[in-house]
Ligand binder design. Structure first.
Ligand code: SF4
Ligand code: SF4
Ligand code: SF4
Length: 269
């Protein structure tokens, strides 16, 4: 099970490299595959098959799209590694999900319906990824801006704002962008909350070392309650590889909340 993390990293790096190639040099056959499987592009081209595939995959496996296929997610992971070296990368803690996350989805939907290019360029993960590429390759940034009809100056400003927002949120809160700002991630989280394969803590094996919670960049593990919020989990599998006792697993179905600790306290009194 510890190999899951290595496999996930290998796949995500492949998709990131292919996506960068696609964004920078156009559409050579292999690189365009990375674009063909992106949810945002499928929605924009009204080719619903790709989106449906990822909804079904999320229902069974959780947010594997966010762990391995979306290039922006992989870039955010890279920024977390760069900005939080050593111990700092293991200093996350559980936080409650923002109460009403679907406000972003509403703004995004209104932007699409009324053709407001700025909301698309600032919120849609594929466009935000291309904004970041555009900061280094201004000609690509201009191409996106023209395509969305927002003007090159606005496009450049959006690119810089995207870069700053991504870097600051990654530094402060890990995958906060993916769980509180990205409309695609927020929609997937609604499906992932009921996913069949889940990250679960085995209450009988957990020794409260906190390694999983401190290393969870989605801030979705609460060791004290033996709880993992699978809607926000981006299936990075870091928790599994860091657990010293094989107590947190990727498995089918839920573990029941345990009460043995309470019983133990009772027996001492
Ligand atoms: S939440 Fe959005 S930005 Fe993050 S990995 Fe998923 S699709 Fe990409
Ligand atoms: S619970 Fe956190 S650390 Fe574990 S796979 Fe999900 S996001 Fe990664
Ligand atoms: S890393 Fe494993 S043993 Fe440590 S708190 Fe998490 S589940 Fe428990």
């Amino acid at each position: 099970m510890r190999r899951l993390k290595m496999i996930r990293i290998a796949v995500s790096v492949l998709f990131l490299v292919a996506s960068i190639l696609y964004a920078v040099v156009g559409s050579p056959a292999v690189a365009s595959l990375a674009a063909d499987v992106q949810i945002s592009l499928s929605l924009m081209s009204v080719s619903i098959g790709v989106t449906l595939f990822w909804v079904v995959a999320t229902f069974f496996l959780g947010r594997v799209y966010c762990s391995s296929v979306c290039p922006l997610g992989t870039l955010i992971d890279g920024i977390i590694r760069l900005t939080r070296p050593g111990r700092a990368r293991r200093s996350f803690a559980y936080r409650h999900a923002r109460r009403f996350r679907f406000d972003v989805v509403l703004i995004y939907a209104v932007g699409i319906v009324f053709g407001i290019g700025v909301t698309t360029i600032m919120l849609e993960p594929w466009q935000v990824f291309r904004n970041l590429v555009g900061v280094w390759y201004p000609s690509q940034g201009e191409a996106i801006a023209l395509h969305l009809g927002v003007g090159t100056v606005t496009g450049l400003i959006c690119g810089i704002v995207s870069l700053l927002t991504i870097v600051i949120t990654a530094y402060l809160r890990g995958r906060m962008w993916c769980n509180e700002i990205c409309p695609i991630g927020i929609c997937l989280s609604a499906v992932a909350s009921r996913s069949q394969m889940r990250i679960e803590i085995d209450p009988d094996k957990c020794i409260n070392c906190m390694k999983c919670e401190e290393g969870c960049k989605s801030e979705c593990i609460k060791v004290v309650s033996r709880y993992v919020d699978n809607s926000r989990c981006v299936r990075c599998f870091s928790c599994i590889s860091s657990c010293p006792n094989d107590a947190i697993r990727y498995q089918s179905g839920r573990n029941r909340v345990s009460t043995p600790m309470m019983k133990r306290v009772d027996s001492l009194s």
